[in-house]
Design a protein around this ligand. Sequence first.
Ligand SMILES: [Fe+2]
Ligand SMILES: [Fe+2]
Length: 408
Amino acid sequence: MPGLMTMMALAWASSPSSVKLCFSSGGGDKKATSANPLLKKRSSSSAHLLVGRGRALAATATATAFCDEQHQQTVELMRRLGEDGWVEEHMLSLLTPVAEAWQPADLLPTFAATAEEQRSQVAELQARAAGVPDDLLVCLVGNMVTEEGLPTYMTMANRVADINDATGCDDHGWARWLRGWTAEENRHGDLLNRYLYLCGRVDMRQVERTVHHLLRNGMRTPEPSCPYHGFIYGAFQERATFVSHARTARRAALHGDACLAKLCGVVAADEKRHEAAYTRAVARCFEADPDRVVRALAAVMRAKVTMPGELMTDGRDENLFDHFSAVAQRAGVYTAADYGDMVEHFVRRWGVAELGGLSGEGRRAQDYVCGLPRKIRRMEELAQDRAAQMEAQSVSFSWVFDRPVRLR
Ligand SMILES: [Fe+2]
Ligand SMILES: [Fe+2]
């Protein structure tokens, strides 16, 4: 129910003044593997991972060839959009001016208060957090770790030659979008990290080690130099993070932590604006270049939309991302069914079924993409049937001091 989720997030996220409503008063690891074992495997049980490694690589190779052939025309289109005011009007306008944007300090205990007020605000935060169950904490930590991988995501987004931010302070629309998006995203990890530190419910050293590992491990992305792939991936990722943060907010509220609900709600609202920006970019590309964009969409779908935190580990659990994903699925924070819904949403939003004048390859891509939601749903039903017949399973998460959390 994306509409409802949007309304929830927007209700939580408003002006900085309403944001300030959270408070009423003023060990050692097991031996870590030297090489990164995560780079040698693909997650197998994650809700998001719907095709095998071989197919993913084949699709990436196809995508690379596709982009090599068409690269110059694509770059010309992108350059035009970045310089003729399109990015400014349709994407930069979705970013919040700094003077109006919330900051983490608006939502957390303030140290401008007296010592007594500070103690009371922290005590209030901790009292509310005491009722948050471990499975939701695991979801929150996984989301926060993913947000903290931002340096990797900015680097990845800045790889498209000719329209990237070459100097670090380029003035064209795409460079300004990348920096503005990064600046908004940077608050997400900060906010959730500080909440987790203050709430006292998680082993922060293990959480911090996980962030450290993730940044060292990086991420896998679709075709590195084609903007179409990047925008499509961005639209899916922003929508997925919106769903995940908004659901975490809703569950936090149900467990009595109105402060956490507010934090996740404002983050979700940001993700919604970012989703809108990438969705517009893809829609604009469809207008100008439908055949190549529908092929790019099929290539991204075939390579599957992996989550950016896929390579996370805490140095102990090599399947940490799979386990986090299983907890998120069970908690209803982000599920395989959500992925099917997202594909359906974007197919409709971009009018993929109605595209005409396509090449043979374009039509095949169109058929593939339009048939995907039904296929994903069928796979999800089969996976649920299988899971229902399996015994309950729990795994210890170092993030919550090795307490066991149900996977199924
Ligand atoms: Fe984010
Ligand atoms: Fe975002």
